[in-house]
Design a protein around this ligand. Structure first.
Ligand code: 8YV
Length: 314
């Protein structure tokens, strides 16, 4: 006798680690199933990647009792709309801070030292003779790092910066005295941070307050030798303004692990520039961290389907 499995809406495919943990306990149905007759039989949503969950979608899925997100950022989910319908949202907080901070630091090093440009050149036909005057970058050690967003990931970035003898300043909605004490970082206004830092790294969640936080005016405050690193969300930066700024070489470089949209249209101006590094949202992309994210998000999904409270919540 076949037992019917709970139907879970997911932006497929969800990846082997998740599938293995689910072990056929649920029936994953594609996002398009929300538009079809039978949508009422869907009892949970599993967000892998960043499919948008809004009130309109939830209204089409009256059977949904919980949402489980693979990842910590939940900006693609309308939390108010979920709360208004008594739908709990689980995510994977804490586990990916180290991996994401590592990636931020990798991008910082790569931007400062022109690693990707150098790699391209070293493989190309023009590299026929070593020339010590080529691809001079900017120093990282003893430089000033400005962290925008002193949350869990920002703090991990600050810890790494200490090993490079960097001076660390930060901007946050509220000053974080405990971070100042334990990490030796100093609070700065956004303006001071942008004017002072050699490296500006974005580690804020995307919210109405942070959307477009770095626009033309903010980029204009940055030093011509400074680099901008984004491991938050693409929409925190006005990308048109950034492309103009990089085209005119008004800052040293940018390194973006996130863009808006993701991926960028293949003809986007940012993709044509040599002073920008773009990676395909690899912040938490280590085997270990993504495995743990799969475990946490599947635990949340199973708990939600059983009508139990989410285990991991922001
Ligand atoms: C995730 C992320 O891999 O957790 C987050 O907020 O940005 C990423 O590291 C991504 O959300 C997967 O969907």
């Amino acid at each position: 006798m076949s037992v019917s499995r709970p139907r879970v809406l997911a932006d497929l495919p969800v990846g082997p680690a998740v599938l293995q943990l689910l072990n056929d306990r649920v029936e994953l149905v594609p996002w398009s199933a929300a538009q079809e007759p039978g949508a009422a039989g869907i009892t949970a949503i599993y967000t892998y990647g960043h499919p948008v969950v809004n009130g309109e979608l939830l209204d089409r899925l009256p059977g949904v009792r919980s949402i489980s997100n693979f990842g910590v950022g939940v900006d693609h989910i309308d939390l108010k709309a979920a709360a208004a319908r008594n739908i709990p949202v689980g995510n994977t907080p804490g586990i990916l801070d180290g991996a994401t901070a590592d990636m931020g630091f990798a991008l910082l090093l790569a931007a400062g030292r022109r690693l990707v440009e150098g790699d391209r050149f070293a493989r190309g036909p023009e590299f026929l003779k070593y020339d010590p005057s080529r691809y001079l970058g900017r120093e990282i050690h003893h430089a000033t790092l400005g962290i925008i967003g002193m949350g869990r990931i920002g703090m991990q970035v600050a810890r790494r910066a200490a090993g490079f003898d960097m001076t660390v300043i930060y901007h946050n909605r509220q000053p974080r005295p405990e971070a100042e004490q334990t990490l030796g970082v100093r609070y700065a206004s956004l303006e001071e941070l942008l004017k002072t830092a050699d490296y500006v790294i974005l580690t804020v969640p995307l919210s109405p307050a942070t959307r477009g936080l770095i626009g033309r005016a903010e980029l204009a405050l940055m030093k011509p030798t400074a680099s901008l690193i984004n491991i938050a969300r693409g929409a925190v930066i006005d990308q048109d303004a950034l492309a103009e700024c990089l085209q005119a070489r008004r800052i040293h470089a940018a390194a973006l692990d996130v863009t808006d949209p993701e991926p960028l249209p293949r003809d986007h101006p940012l993709l044509k520039l040599d002073n920008v590094i773009i990676t395909p949202h690899l912040g938490s992309a280590t085997e270990q961290t993504r495995q743990r994210m799969a475990e946490m998000s599947v635990s949340n999904l199973i708990a939600g389907l059983a009508g139990e409270p989410m285990i991991f919540v922001q």
